[in-house]
Every structure is written in C-alpha cells, then in structure tokens.
Design a protein around this ligand. Structure first.
Ligand code: FA5
Ligand code: MG
Length: 417
C-alpha cells in the first residue's frame, strides 16, 4: 500500500515497467495497474487517496485547456511513464554533467542511463519534437529531498509549455508586424538570451506571469498574497519562482521561465519562442484545502478522506483540519565515515524508509569537527508525529533505535548514542 513509498515501491515500479499497463482515471475512481508475470502487483489507488490532488489538477486543466475562442488550446498528457533516461531528465535540458542536481544522493537512479524522473520537465523536448506547441503534462516525480511538511520523496508536478510564433506573440500589439522574435548578434544579459529580442522576451514574460498569477488567483482567491522571485534553471532564462503566503510563511509553488532556445532548436521548433512552468500539485492542494502537512496526501483516515469525496469542481470544499496529535522528538548523533561518503539526503532517505510517515521533520541541529582527530560528527533532531493518533514513547523509541542501527549498517556512521 501507499504508506511508505520508498525503495520497495520504486523497485516494484522498475521491475514492472516493462509490463506497464495503464494509468487512467474516470469519475469516481483512479487506478494504476502494474502487471508482472500476469499478476497485478498491487498499487491500486482508490480515488479517495488522491482526490485532493486530482481536483487541483482538474481545476488547472480546465483553466488552461480552452483558448479565447473556446477552441482547444493545450493538449493534456498524464500518462507518460515516470521511468526516463538520464539524458531526458538532465542532458535534454542542458543541465551540465557536473551539475549538483544530478547527485546520486538526490535522485532515484535505476542504473547509469535510466532513472525515475525528478521533474516533469524531462518530457519537454520529446513533446515539442512531436509537434506540440501548447501542452500540459502531469505526473509523479521522485526525489530524495529534505523532510518537512512540504517535501515528500514522491510528489506530482504539472508542466506547462507554450510556444509562440512571431504572429502569435506580436499580432495583438500595435505595430507588432514590425517586431521580431530574434535579434541577430545579440548578447545574453540578465533579462534575455543572446538570440532573443528584448521586446519578445518582455511580452512572453508578461504573458507567462499573468497567466500564472491569474491561475493562482482563480484557484485560491483574488486576495491571495503572492511574490515573484528571480531564480536560475539551466533550461530557462530568465527564470522565476512563484511563492504563496501560506500559514504565515512563503511557500514556493512553481518554477518557470523563457525556454532556452537551444532546447527548442534541438526539438525542431527553432522559429518559435516559448515559456514553460512546472508546478507542485501537492503544494497547491495544500493551500487550496488548507492541508498542513504533505504526508496527509497518503492518509487513509476516513475523517480526512470523506471530505474530498465527489470532487465537484463547482462546489468549493472547505477542508476541516484534523486536530494535530502531539509530537515527540529524539536526537541522533554520529561520527561521519572518514571516507567522506556521507550525504544528508541518504540519511533523510533512510529515516523515511525506516520511520515512514511517523517522521514529520528532520533537521540538523549540530555539527562538530574534533580539533585533534579531524573527525566530524553531526546531530539530527527527528520529530515524530502520527497524523491520526497519539504516538507512545515506546513506539518512538523502537523506531528511533531502528533508525540508529540502520544508519550504522547502511551509511557507515558510528553512533554516539
Ligand atoms: C523544477 O522541478 C523545474 N523543472 C520547474 C520548471 C519547469 C522550471 C519549467 C522552469 C521551466 P523545482 O525543483 O523548483 O523546479 O520544483 C518545482 C515545484 O515542485 C516546486 O516549486 C514545488 O512546488 C514542488 N516541489 C519540489 N520539491 C518538492 C517535494 N520534495 N515535495 C513536494 N513538492 C515539491
Ligand atoms: Mg524550486
């Protein structure tokens, strides 16, 4: 079942990928069947478990799918296998070979050339190559990441891409027929790529930001507090992130930007300019339904699930949060292996796979290097909380001890317990 979606589920997916049957959803039911040796190897998710996300996904799709004349504008894809090549996930997006996002400790590699996609951008080039110039693509993505209320190793993204020809971009502008998308012999600046004209990029950026701002306002409310943050992605320039104020804190919900022209060129769309975005569906659903913790997306608690039945887009759901059960915390400190092989994300991943959804948050609280021996030690605080009941000291102690011994045997650390 879905409680702990870690190495086991991933391994299972990898084994069954060759037999991948179908992922479909219809009103009231969502199931993905993975077949191996003629047997359905579980992973049947009833609609209840992911309705919040599916509702969010549908609201967004409805908002995008039709153009100004009621014509279909964006095509929608939610069926692409999460098993992609390393080339798709990184190289096709100009992510350099030594880029930190490729680290083994941050990704789920299957072998040297294959991995579980870490973002839906992995499919950008193939869909543009297929001739699409406006599409939405939703899917599960996999990352070894931090552990807190808004990060989970499996989550869902929705990618949006829209390409514009000269006419499409400038026709609404007075005198637009005199403008051009491209500027020969241009220079790359913080505002634009070398081959783009500044006026094209500014219009595109305006179109992108206003599309996303109005999406978010429509999804939440016109009063939602948002801010745009400049950032960097190897596959877009300029690039931005959008943050939403949620429970008093800024939460990042999407990344976006003007697509690198080299990518469009490699996909045979060199005469167009494009924008792309990738949004976190759980993050949006958290704001939409006031869900305080991302682990709740995997909850089987009826009091939580029954609130999302039906999934009627036109009847706003006001989620009533369950009261929070008390948390317990426990620290773990250890000497790092001298080989330097320790990575934080390996530790987070181990805590997730041993502690499952009992673990709410892991933070490093101390770091120390011995002045004489030069050996380093680190201390982490693990916060335990069950979403549906009160944990006992005894339960936490047992889990904590299992984490301690797994860390020693799998990561080569030496406990200071
Ligand atoms: C990306 O993944 C880029 N591919 C987005 C993009 C697409 C940029 C197209 C430009 C053009 P990032 O790593 O920031 O960017 O993730 C995008 C969103 O996914 C985040 O804003 C957040 O909403 C969500 N997200 C990221 N990590 C997690 C996680 N561990 N758990 C839940 N949601 C996450
Ligand atoms: Mg980001």
């Amino acid at each position: 079942t879905q409680r702990v979606i870690t190495q086991r589920v991933i391994t299972q997916r990898v084994i069954t990928q060759g037999f991948y049957a179908e992922g479909y959803y219809a009103e009231g039911f969502y199931a993905e069947g993975y077949y191996a040796e003629g047997v359905i190897t579980q992973r049947v998710i009833t609609q209840r478990v992911i309705t919040q996300r599916v509702i969010t996904q549908r609201v967004i799709t409805q908002r995008f799918i039709l153009g100004p004349m009621g014509n279909p504008l964006f095509s929608v894809h939610d069926n692409l296998s999460p098993v992609v090549s390393v080339e798709q996930n990184f190289d096709s997006l100009l992510i350099p070979p030594d880029h930190p996002s490729r680290k083994k400790g941050d990704n789920y590699y299957i072998n040297r050339t294959t991995m579980l996609r870490a973002h839906t951008s992995a499919h950008q080039r193939e869909l543009v190559s297929a001739g699409l110039d406006a599409f939405l693509l939703a899917g599960d993505v996999y990352r070894r990441d931090e552990i807190d209320c808004s990060h989970y190793p499996v989550f869902h993204q929705m990618e949006g891409v829209r390409l514009f020809s000269n006419h499409e971009l400038f026709s609404a502008v007075e005198g637009g027929e005199l403008l051009s998308l491209f500027e020969p012999n241009g220079r790359r600046t913080p505002q634009k790529q070398e081959e783009h004209s500044l006026e094209a990029v500014k219009l595109l950026e305006f179109n992108l930001k206003s599309t996303l701002t109005s999406l978010i306002q429509q999804l939440f409310s016109p009063e939602v507090e948002l801010r745009w943050v400049d950032c960097f992605f190897p596959f877009t320039h300029p690039s931005f992130e959008l943050e939403v104020l949620f429970r008093g804190q800024w939460m990042e919900v999407l990344g976006c930007g003007v697509m690198e022209q080299r990518i469009l060129r490699s996909a045979g769309a060199e005469h167009k300019l494009g924008w792309a975005f990738g949004l976190g569906l759980e993050r949006l659903a958290m704001v939409l339904f006031d869900i305080p913790d991302i682990r709740l997306f995997w909850s089987r608690d009826e009091r939580f699930l029954e609130q999302f039945r039906g999934g009627d887009l036109h009847r706003p759901i006001s989620f009533k949060p369950l009261s929070k059960f008390p948390s317990l915390h426990n620290d773990i400190s250890f000497w790092l292996p001298e080989s330097g092989s320790f990575s934080q994300n390996d530790f987070f991943d181990l805590v997730r796979s041993v502690g499952g959804d009992l673990v709410e948050q892991v933070t490093r609280v101390d770091q120390f290097t011995h002045p004489k021996t030069g050996r380093s030690s680190e201390c982490y605080r693990i916060v335990y909380r069950h979403m549906e009941r009160t944990l006992t000291q005894q339960e936490v102690k047992q889990t904590h001890e299992r984490i301690e011994s797994a860390a020693e045997s799998q990561l080569g650390v030496r406990g200071r317990y």
